[in-house]
Design a binder for this molecule. Structure first.
Ligand SMILES: Nc1ncnc2c1ncn2[C@@H]1O[C@H](COP(=O)(O)OP(=O)(O)OP(=O)(O)O)[C@@H](O)[C@H]1O
Ligand SMILES: [Mg+2]
Length: 101
């Protein structure tokens, strides 16, 4: 099933905002969504603990460049849509996410 990765080496361009809007709009329409929170600052995880996370949005954190591919595949086996929010850097983890998407 589709995996959408929000990628840009520049910070503050809207990757996390876009990830959250996309996920919550899909969830509103009844679609199960996994969000892979691949930013070490955990912005999506923090949002989810604020009580705004719909039941059918699953946030997966503790992501590293060594486990991101497996986490994306495991999420894709459960939910029809997987969204990956990445940190605003040009790091190797981005290549793994891009490869899975
Ligand atoms: N809670 C907030 N209140 C006001 N502005 C915000 C808030 N969160 C983010 N912004 C602003 O919205 C814009 C997009 O932020 P966002 O966090 O979505 O970007 P990003 O691409 O995910 O950044 P990063 O590369 O740091 O992860 C930025 O200009 C940011 O300063
Ligand atoms: Mg972000």
């Amino acid at each position: 099933m589709p995996t959408y990765a929000f990628i840009s080496p520049k910070g503050g361009v809207g990757k996390t905002t876009s990830s959250l809007i996309f996920a919550t709009q899909l969830a509103k329409r009844g679609v199960g969504v996994s969000i892979i929170d691949a930013d070490p600052n955990y912005p999506i995880q923090k949002w989810a603990t604020g009580g705004y996370c719909p039941e059918n949005v699953h946030v997966i954190s503790n992501i590293t460049e060594n486990n991101i591919a497996l986490n994306i595949r495991e999420a894709a086996a459960i939910d029809p849509i997987v969204i990956v929010d990445l940190e605003g850097t040009a790091a190797k983890i981005v290549i793994h996410a891009l490869q899975e998407a």
